[in-house]
Design a protein around this ligand. Structure first.
Ligand code: G6P
Ligand code: MG
Length: 223
């Protein structure tokens, strides 16, 4: 039977609300190059790494070379980094700080597993960088979610068995990555998009240590 040994948190959309900053940065770039971009297309970038997000922004049939695309992605990142300089603990999503502290008190290992290469800077600004024994970011792996690499790397750094880890994710690709790694997943956000998760919540404020203990002890879902 699985037990609650470690919790691995996606960052953007789970711990912190950076949706607005990612949207504004992509929107500015898209407007500059005349690419159509709206909130819906931004939604498709949830959990998707920077270059793959750029491909979503540009859409099919664009004529940019790889070198030009790298420059565009860097330009967007510059806009994003300027916006996240304003991030403070006030940007923590509801329940995040309390759950992380409860897990710490209960001796549950904690990691961040994020596609973002800005994750370390964001955690510093939120004032919670010291709460995690491992922070795995887009710098640490090549295969992005839905590949399990990010979460398996986090489990390995924590010294936790993957089957004893629970992952918190706001992106369907992240839930898939957790399952591919043999972990359970709690979806944070839209139930229609995250239906594959063992549980879906609106925010981490709905989750307690006791819930997670029960979730880990429950039989794994089949199929
Ligand atoms: C997270 C966000 C995505 C973002 C990705 C890479 O997964 O949900 O919207 O594209 O991180 O972020 P970065 O900070 O490296 O551009
Ligand atoms: Mg996310």
């Amino acid at each position: 039977m699985a037990r609650l040994e470690a919790a691995i948190f996606d960052l953007d959309g789970v711990i912190v609300s950076t949706d607005r900053q990612h949207y504004l940065a992509w929107k500015r770039l898209a407007d500059e190059i005349g690419a159509p971009f709206d909130r819906e297309r931004n939604e498709q970038c949830r959990g998707v790494d920077r270059m793959a997000s750029l491909r979503i922004v540009l859409g099919p049939g664009h004529r940019y070379s790889e070198a030009e695309m790298t420059a565009l992605a860097e330009r967007k990142n510059g806009y994003y980094q300027a916006l996240i300089r304003q991030i403070s603990p006030a940007d923590l999503l509801p329940g995040a700080a309390a759950l992380i502290e409860e897990l710490e008190r209960r001796g549950v290992k904690r990691a961040v597993g994020s596609a973002s290469r800005n994750a370390a800077a964001v955690l510093e600004r939120l004032g919670i960088a010291g709460k995690f024994q491992a922070v795995v970011t887009g710098h640490d792996f090549t295969r992005s979610k839905p590949a399990p690499d990010v979460f398996l790397t986090a489990a390995a750094r924590l010294g936790a068995a993957p089957g004893n880890c629970v992952v918190f994710e706001d992106a369907a690709a992240g839930v898939e990555a957790a399952h591919a790694g043999g972990m359970k997943a709690v979806g944070v956000g839209r139930a229609d998009l995250l239906a594959a998760a063992e549980r879906v919540v609106d925010s981490l404020a709905e989750v307690s240590y006791a819930d997670l203990v029960r979730l880990m002890e429950a039989a794994p879902r089949r199929g």
